[in-house]
Design a binder for this molecule. Structure first.
Ligand SMILES: [Zn+2]
Ligand SMILES: [Zn+2]
Length: 274
């Protein structure tokens, strides 16, 4: 119980859906699953972390129309509109956490012309290094946003992180690689306890509960270890984990206009919804 005299540092967290990809379950797991031919779409989100006295902290930028067309994703609204729908002026955003540099997480840097971008050392090194010569490894990255990030580095708009670091009181960045070389999750202290924005450490709750990875990773053992770390950071409760692409986020947490309030508890325990 948090008293008014000691409010939680993070007052609100919004998961803002901007795009979707219809697919069947088999596309979401590395191993055969019983429900392989059933629909299991991915949703695409950016997240906004609110504190008293600060502009909202944005976690990931999402992608735009060009990437959606190139990759067959369905835009629900562009990211700037999604932020406006959430009451946020993207031009005023001061800090953007890039959980990793895949196209769907770092594909709209220019929506935030006044922001500093936070990224792990290993993520930047990987996305600009020799590993990208492998076309399979390269596939989830787009070159142009990575090039934009390099240009922002030269304009003093990039802040590097190495491992686990406090971003601000009640907001901690924790490295959880495996899906990519330098993926980081964001741990927020809310009135209901920690909420872990875990990005693609788990695309779906089912990647955790079934212990079957989503089929994009650079290190499978590290990917599994990252999910163990995420669950520890979440106090062992799925209700405190927000996966990167799960439609259950919108259906299980209080939501309106494709924006879920994940600082609030889910309507029912997530474990009962899967
Ligand atoms: Zn990813
Ligand atoms: Zn993703």
């Amino acid at each position: 119980m948090v008293s008014l005299a000691n409010p939680a540092p993070v007052t609100k967290i919004q998961a803002i859906r901007y795009a979707r990809h219809e697919r069947t379950a088999e596309a979401n797991f590395t191993m055969p699953v019983d429900d392989h031919d059933l629909p299991m779409p991915l949703d695409y989100y950016v997240w906004a972390v609110h504190r008293e006295g600060h502009q909202p902290l944005i976690v990931d930028t999402g992608f735009g129309e060009h990437a959606a067309a190139a990759r067959g994703r369905t835009m629900i609204r562009d990211v700037a509109q999604g932020l406006r729908d959430a009451g946020i002026d993207h031009l005023l955003v001061e800090d953007v956490i890039l959980t990793h540099l895949h196209y769907d997480h770092a594909g709209s840097l220019n929506v935030f012309p006044n922001a500093k971008f936070h990224v792990q050392d290993d993520e930047m090194a990987f996305a600009t290094g020799r590993q990208v010569c492998d076309h399979g490894v390269r596939a989830p990255f787009d070159g142009e946003p990575v090039a934009q990030l390099v240009r922002k580095l030269y304009a003093d708009h990039v802040i590097f992180h190495d491992g686990d670091e406090d971003f601000a009181p009640g907001i901690r960045l924790c490295k959880a690689p495996g899906h990519t070389a330098g993926l980081m999750v964001v741990v927020c202290e809310t009135a209901r306890g920690p909420v872990v924005l875990c990005s693609d450490a788990a695309h779906l709750y089912a990647n955790i509960t079934r212990s079957i990875p989503f089929p994009i990773f650079v290190d499978e053992a590290a990917y599994a270890a990252a999910q163990v770390k995420v669950m520890e950071l979440a106090g062992g409760s799925l209700d405190h984990v927000i996966p990167g692409h799960d439609p259950l986020v919108l259906s299980c947490f209080p939501s309106e206009n494709d924006i879920a309030r994940v600082d609030l508890p889910p309507h029912r325990p997530i474990a009962e919804e899967i």
